[in-house]
Write a protein that binds this ligand. Sequence first.
Ligand code: SF4
Length: 227
Amino acid sequence: MLKYYEVYIDKNLVLKYLGYKDKIPPKGISDEVGQCVDESYEFINPIICFDQFQFRLDGGILLPDGSIIEDGHIIESLRRANYIVMAVLTLGNKIDVKISDLFDRNDYMEGMIYDVIGNVALEYLGKIFWQDLLEGAKKQSMGITQSLSPGSGGWKDIADQRMIFNNLDTSSIGVELTDTFMMKPMKSLSVIYGIGRDVKTSAMDHDCAECPLVDCPYRKEMIKCAD
Ligand code: SF4
């Protein structure tokens, strides 16, 4: 299945990730970031390829295609789920090209700004997708785990990305996984969620104070979960 979303890029979040968390940026930097943010939308084509899968607990999380997740932290995170959702999210290739063009021209400042813009946009895309999944889960009286990505957080083995790519047709969104487990385009993310009646919706990855999804209906609920 495919989903298209629009993303919103919060200039203040871009500035924060550029190091201006507790200090006011010089006007020149602030203006340049603002201009890059405004122009960046033409380089960003957010799309998600995803599907849901049943699994069995059999020496790990055993998937219908025979692949198995053996990472203890992930087994613990997913074991109570009724099913999992695997997804690959991407901003498309244009922003990669824009970033490498800027670095090739030795425009390191703007290259860095665009790199951070890509990260902010990808984070936004992940959150808006999570909102949709949570809405669906709630209709079934279920909860959702935090997002789980091979090679990050508690999931040690980045090679487990291959399993996600084996189970999804990511050619439909133009994303490939290299032999060294890098995704192309680079502003892409592979992720798994567990969804189930006995899963408590996780507030992890949901720092609402920092989140640009101002109309998110789950803000209060997540703040309570995190308490
Ligand atoms: S407002 Fe909070 S709950 Fe909603 S998407 Fe953002 S971080 Fe998550």
